[in-house]
Design a binder for this molecule. Structure first.
Ligand SMILES: Cc1cc2nc3c(=O)[nH]c(=O)nc-3n(C[C@H](O)[C@H](O)[C@H](O)COP(=O)(O)OP(=O)(O)OC[C@H]3O[C@@H](n4cnc5c(N)ncnc54)[C@H](O)[C@@H]3O)c2cc1C
Length: 378
């Protein structure tokens, strides 16, 4: 076999691909290894706004767009304000993230950005077959979504789908110190649907209408709900839309990691790095990338011990409840946010809690449907 073109080929230069490339680039262990990042998109626009929580100083602080120390959870009949304590909730615009990482990587001669769309990875010839060319490597990190995850009958799939508008108002309306994690005052039929508000100043906020549902919807539904929320709930009569974003994130217990093999490691959403019960993956990506680097340096396969089975089971049960009884979302999240302190919630969602701490959180949101789902998913 001739020498491969690259040591690593990273398919997809999005969140996971770029975080992985940046970590490889920082580590002397990988010095001299040629790496290609292949993506059909130039990744120059602001296609996503990422939010995540973390304790005090973090890796991305130099490019954080805004952060909050207080959150509000609003149901149809309660307003619950939460002091985040040691945590901050941080907002990062994808354009800043892409630019920040690319500036660093473009200075490294071993790293090449390639504009191409990969059709498949041939395990025998160890090559990624693109529309423009073929790229050989010793190992591939692949962030493409598998084709069959939506039709798999063994797993549960619901979608976190949303449209967000960054709006500007003439009057000072928003409190930039408090963001709204979930506001259930404007539900869409009997579904788990809420509004998420990220105020960046007294006159500017990103407002997202979000569903956690087995079904998807047309764009006009988000528009109707957003208009209604801005007019009737926030009582704003005049606003301008500065930017908009639309997205859908799979929340599923599908076993994405099965797509990995000795020469291919699935990464990002396609690797199952989105937390199935919350749809968050920014911070998870940082942790998984660190683990991959440790694994490689210790001689393990890159995806060794990347997942915690206990939390995967919890997520599967929660998803099953939401998929069968989508009307329960408001009730379950109200219990979660009002019966636990935020430290316990964030640590549980970050998969850092002990079994007795897990039990406390799970009992706080208990509903008989969990028992049915437990037996369906065991
Ligand atoms: C609008 C939006 C907002 C989100 N907000 C949050 C948030 O606030 N917090 C959070 O934690 N998570 C959030 N998520 C979830 C998650 O963090 C993101 O989806 C994240 O981008 C996933 O990382 P990824 O690398 O798997 O995918 P991406 O960042 O989408 O990267 C995948 C890359 O692969 C490329 N690609 C696709 N097909 C091919 C191919 N055939 N060949 C080569 N390249 C290919 C794409 O062009 C893309 O650049 C959000 C998701 C969306 C869609």
């Amino acid at each position: 076999m001739r020498t491969p073109d690259y040591y690593y080929v990273i398919v997809g230069g999005g969140l996971a691909g770029l975080q992985l490339a940046a970590r490889i680039n920082e580590d002397i262990f990988f010095k001299g290894k040629k790496i290609a990042i292949i993506d059909p998109s130039e990744k120059t626009g602001n296609d996503k706004t990422w939010c995540f929580w973390e304790k005090s100083g973090g890796k991305w602080d130099s490019i954080i767009y805004n952060s909050w120390k207080k959150a509000a959870f609003i149901s149809s009949n309660i307003y619950h304000e939460i002091d985040l304590g040691e945590y901050s909730y941080k907002m990062l615009r994808s354009r800043d993230f892409y630019q920040h990482i690319k500036e660093k990587l473009e200075k490294t001669p071993e790293i090449t950005f390639i504009n191409d769309k990969i059709d498949r990875i041939d395990q025998v010839t160890r090559s990624a077959i693109g529309e423009k060319s073929k790229y050989t490597a010793t190992h591939f990190f692949d962030s493409r979504l598998p084709k069959n995850f939506q039709t798999d009958t063994k797993s549960t799939l619901i979608w976190q789908h949303f449209k967000g508008l960054l709006i500007e108002t003439e009057e000072k309306i928003f409190n930039p110190k408090v963001f709204t994690m979930m506001d259930y005052r404007l539900p869409y039929e009997n579904s788990t649907s809420f509004t998420y508000v990220l105020p960046v100043s007294e006159t500017k906020a990103l407002i997202e209408y979000t569903f956690f549902t087995p079904f998807l919807t047309e764009e006009k539904v988000y528009d109707e709900m957003l208009n209604k929320y801005i007019k009737e709930v926030l009582k704003i009569s005049k606003w301008t839309v500065v930017e908009s974003e639309i997205g859908m994130i799979p929340m599923t217990d599908y076993s994405f990691s099965e797509g990995s093999s000795p020469h291919v490691t699935k990464i990002g959403t396609g690797g199952g790095w989105v937390k199935a019960s919350s749809g968050y993956s920014f911070k998870n990506t940082e942790k998984k990338v660190d683990r991959i680097i440790e694994n490689i340096k210790s001689g393990y396969p890159p995806n060794h011990n990347l997942f915690n089975n206990k939390f995967r089971k919890y997520d599967a049960i929660f998803l099953d409840v939401l998929a069968r009884r989508n009307d329960l979302g408001e009730k379950l999240f109200t219990k979660l946010y009002t019966r636990n302190d935020i430290d316990a919630i964030f640590r549980f969602l970050d998969e850092e809690t002990t079994f007795s701490e897990d039990l406390k959180v799970m009992l706080s949101i208990y509903h008989p449907e969990f028992l049915k789902s437990f037996f369906r998913k065991i």
